[in-house]
Design a protein around this ligand. Structure first.
Ligand SMILES: [Zn+2]
Length: 263
């Protein structure tokens, strides 16, 4: 039997992930019974069409809130075109908006989350992609849930160099995600684990990436690739709180009422 996908609870006592999903479903229920208008998102070069309730997009994303309920022309439109975004990134976000389940929402990784280590390797950078996409959509609760998935991933697998490079190329230095990866390298070098799993990055994989990414290289030189500092491991119980964004989302009823009086 598979345990909880958070890899941080015993599946019986209180779990941060389960509590979040419950709260999320209460929010969705409230919002869907308050407003039913839908919008079609036309996403990526293939112009994939993704339909979603406007009120949900607006509550969970500051970006969509501005687009749908701000003073711009899109407010009344039934379609929004977003050709520069990736359809899987958007599909994952919309699935999460409805379900609150960060572990199953991504169309590529969702089905295999919580499965075997072999499948986990295939995720590589997907939870990090989700964090970055949440940042772009001004959706801190999505980024925070993505951080839960990132922590869950690194409890059981190595940091791969392409995931590290993705983070260094798509975040600012002081972001929670960059801090997490930097401290992960510092406290548990990606070549530090002693098990002989075949699903681990090789030294040559790391060399290739480091030759192209100066900031990542300098952090690895400062902190090493095979060091171990158990007290500061960023997914450790005492440190996890350092890597979540402040989520300013108001209670859903207050938010909805305030929206009504703006009109
Ligand atoms: Zn759990």
């Amino acid at each position: 039997m598979l345990g909880c996908p958070c890899h941080d609870c015993d599946g019986a006592t209180s779990c941060v992930f389960t509590t979040k999903v419950q709260k999320h479903s209460e929010q969705v229920t409230y919002l869907l019974s308050s407003a039913q208008d839908a919008v079609t998102l036309i996403v990526g070069q293939t112009k994939a069409r993704i339909v979603c309730h406007k009120i949900l997009l607006a509550y969970y994303s500051g970006y969509f809130n501005g687009l749908l309920y701000g003073s711009f022309a899109e407010s009344a439109q039934a379609e929004i075109t977003l050709l520069d975004d990736d359809k899987d990134d958007m599909r994952a976000f919309v699935n999460w908006v409805y379900t609150g389940n960060i572990f199953t929402c991504h169309p590529v990784s969702g089905q295999t989350y919580g499965a075997q280590t072999k499948d986990m390797v295939d995720f590589k950078r997907i939870p990090e992609r989700m964090w970055v996409f949440g940042d772009r959509l001004l959706a801190p609760s999505y980024s925070n849930d993505s951080m839960l998935a990132i922590m869950s991933k690194y409890r059981i697998m190595f940091l791969f160099p392409d995931a590290a490079a993705f983070v260094y190329e798509n975040t600012v230095s002081e972001s929670k995600l960059r801090s997490f990866i930097r401290v992960l390298i510092r406290s548990e070098g990606p070549l530090a684990r002693s098990d002989s799993s075949p699903f681990r990055p090789s030294v040559s994989d790391w060399q290739k990436i480091l030759s192209k990414n100066g900031e990542l290289l300098s952090d690895c030189i400062l902190y090493g690739l095979a060091n171990k500092d158990v007290d500061n491991i960023p997914y450790g119980a005492g440190n996890r709180h350092l890597y979540f964004e402040n989520d300013p989302s108001p209670p859903v009823a207050d938010w909805f009422e305030a929206k009504g009086t703006q009109k």
